[in-house]
Each structure stands twice: as C-alpha cells, then as structure tokens.
Design a protein around this ligand. Structure first.
Ligand code: CTP
Ligand code: CA
Length: 232
C-alpha cells in the first residue's frame, strides 16, 4: 500500500488530525451520528507519523482501528468535546487537518430518561447549531499555521461536487480543502477515496481513485510544501 520510501519531510512538525464521527446524545441510549469510519483520518495520522511528524489524533467514533505507531490519541465523543480537544492541541501545532465528520447540530435538550413509545405522534426533535471548529481555527490562526478541511459532497441538480468544493473553500478560508464525492458506495465506510485537492491559491489537483493512504500521501505532499514555504 505504501510502496515508495517515505520522505522524512515532516520531521519535528507537530500536526493535529481530527478523525471519525461525532455523536450527539438525545437520551441515555440514543444519539445523532454519521457514517464516518475514521479510516481517512487514521491514514492521515499514520502517514504523517511515518514521515516524521509529531501527531496528535483527536479521535471521535470510528470503526475499531489500530492506533498508529507513535501517535498520541485523544478520544472524544460529541462535537463539543472534539472542539475543546482540537482547541487545546492546535496552538502548538504547525498543521491542523479536520478530517472528522463533526455534527452541525445537536439535540437542544439531553433528556434524562429514555424516550418512551407512547400512543400518538412522537415529539419532534429540536436541534441547536454546533460551533464550526474549522472556522474557529481559521479565525484564530497562529502565524503561518496550515489549516486543512475536508468536504464530502453528493452534488445535486443545482451544483456539482467540485463547484460545491470551490465555494466551501472560499467560505471556510482554509489553506487546503479535500473534496470527496460521496454516495454510490463512495467515501464513507469504504477503503478507497478519490476527489480533488483545492488550494487557497486556486491550484486544483485531482486525486485519483485509490487507498486512503494514497490520498493521505498526496495531502501531506501539499502540506509539507506549504510548511516549507512558511519557513523559507
Ligand atoms: N467542520 C467543523 N465543525 C463543524 C462542522 C464541520 O470543523 N461543526 C469541518 C469538518 O471537519 C470539515 C469541514 O468543516 O473539515 C467541512 O465540513 P462540511 O460538513 O463539509 O461543511 P459545513 O460548513 O458543515 O457545510 P455543510 O455540512 O452544510 O455542507
Ligand atoms: Ca456539515
């Protein structure tokens, strides 16, 4: 899977990677979640560590994945916990990659007791908005920190996946945005990924269909160029 000799281009660079999907509790037994497996984030952490980086992996819920060698893992569950852990780690990081699928909304109330199946129509679930961690990172950016976002898009009649990605990159203000097409057995819960790597300077690179490690390698190539430029 990783045939070429790995460059040591991230030697001594502190990178923070968030991975997996957050869960927003509704009652003691139920939550709102998403289909993120954590595989892409874990591949990013593993490849970065293999290239010499000091890696902090903020891990929300994942399939049971092995902890990559030499990586410090911080386990979180909700978007609020993920937000706190990312902001705790980010100030000392040169690079932050938000690969986690962070819930946009949470149930407005966490019920103390399990919701019972009573007669008649169920109560609607009222949601509150969660903070946008990536937007906060960009807002509080430390010097020449490199900030990377991920976007999983299905496209629709109004706009295609790449167009949504371009708009999202501008809106988010990150240095790089990885855009994956989802649906049809793509991106979620699978071993492979493809998409585009969009840079704030307008550069657009297609990422061919391949393993999540290959996507990770392509992303770290671009990140290490940006880190090198910042320190040149
Ligand atoms: N993200 C975040 N905090 C959130 C939601 C998303 O940090 N509360 C990050 C994700 O980790 C990802 C990027 O923002 O790196 C893009 O997430 P996405 O869900 O595609 O963007 P949204 O702005 O939430 O737009 P929408 O879901 O409406 O497409
Ligand atoms: Ca979202």
């Amino acid at each position: 899977d990783e045939p070429r000799a790995l460059p040591r281009d991230l030697e001594g660079v502190h990178v923070v990677v968030s991975a997996g999907g957050t869960r927003e509790p509704l009652d003691p037994v139920r939550y709102l979640g998403n289909r993120s497996s954590g595989r892409q984030g874990y591949a990013l952490a593993r490849v970065a560590a293999a290239r010499g980086a000091r890696v902090t992996l903020i891990s929300a819920h994942t399939m049971s994945l092995p902890v990559p060698a030499g990586v410090t893992v911080v386990n979180v569950s909700t978007a609020a916990e993920l937000r706190a852990a990312v902001h705790e780690a980010a100030p000392s990081a040169e690079v932050v990659v938000m690969a986690a699928a962070v819930a946009d909304f949470r149930p407005a109330a966490l019920l103390e007791h399990k919701i019972k199946k009573t007669e008649g129509a169920p109560d609607p679930v009222v949601l509150d908005r969660n903070a946008d961690v990536l937007a906060e990172l960009v807002e509080n950016r430390r010097g020449d920190q490199v900030i990377v976002g991920f976007a999983a898009e299905t496209g629709d009649r109004g706009s295609d996946v790449l167009q949504y990605g371009r708009t999202k990159l501008r809106r988010k203000g990150s240095d790089l945005l990885v855009v994956n097409a989802v649906g049809d057995g793509r991106a979620f819960e699978v071993e492979e990924n493809s998409g585009w790597l969009l840079a704030a300077d307008g550069a657009e690179t297609a990422i061919p269909f391949g393993s999540k490690s290959q996507l990770a390698a392509a992303l770290w190539d671009s990140v290490s160029e940006l880190v090198g430029r910042a320190h040149a």
